[in-house]
Design a protein around this ligand. Structure first.
Ligand code: GAR
Length: 188
């Protein structure tokens, strides 16, 4: 059994899918950590009964904020860190302390369309295939070893809302089982 934490910045739909689909599967989601006080993810955490921490990045360096995150992760005995819409670039401080044990999801087929606008950038491209990427985190922005990618063929008559819904559906379907398989491997 391994314990993990989810880091989010906003809505938290992936966090909820992860909480619901990993419950009772042999690993513990110890807590959610969020860098935005007003994030809807806090309401989800309350409903789900999952401990939630707010860590501010306001007027402090990323390393300072990450020190606070690291203390929480240590206190909660977390072995795997799961980024789910966490819109901050991690520094070597945290990446080195959790080497190979930080995962991220991105709403595009990396290395295409990294950054915070993965969905509109994908939509506005001429790419015939769109999709999601689940990967381990290194020092870069949405870079690091890819674990899995899932895609669909677009018809070019879909709206951005329809594309967004398809991408989120892929995320909610594939992120939780991928996290579980990484946790299972960590136990061996
Ligand atoms: C998700 O689409 C996730 O892939 C994306 O943020 C969204 C968060 O939604 N992450 C990135 O763009 C990372 N570069 P959620 O808060 O509803 O889970």
């Amino acid at each position: 059994m391994s314990d993990f934490a989810v880091l989010v910045s906003g809505n938290g739909s992936n966090f909820q899918a992860i909480a619901e689909q990993t419950a009772g599967k042999g690993h513990n989601l110890k807590c959610m950590i969020c860098d935005r006080k007003d994030a809807y993810a806090f309401k989800r955490a309350e409903k789900l009964g999952i401990k939630a921490y707010y860590v501010t990045y306001f007027r402090r360096s990323r390393e300072e904020a990450e020190k606070e995150i690291y203390e929480i992760l240590q206190k909660e005995n977390v072995q795997l860190v799961v980024l789910a819409g966490f819109m901050r670039l991690l520094t070597p401080f945290l990446v080195d302390r959790y080497k190979g044990r930080i995962m991220n999801i991105h709403p595009a087929l990396l290395p295409k369309h990294p950054g915070t606008h993965g969905i509109p950038d994908s939509f506005n491209s001429k790419d015939p295939e769109l999709g999601i990427t689940i990967h381990f985190v290194d020092y870069g922005m949405d870079t690091g070893p890819i674990i899995v990618q899932k895609s669909f063929t677009r018809t070019f008559d879909e709206s951005i809302e329809e594309i967004e819904a398809k991408i989120h559906k892929l995320e909610h379907t594939y992120y939780p089982p991928t996290i579980l398989s990484v946790l299972d491997k960590m136990d061996k």
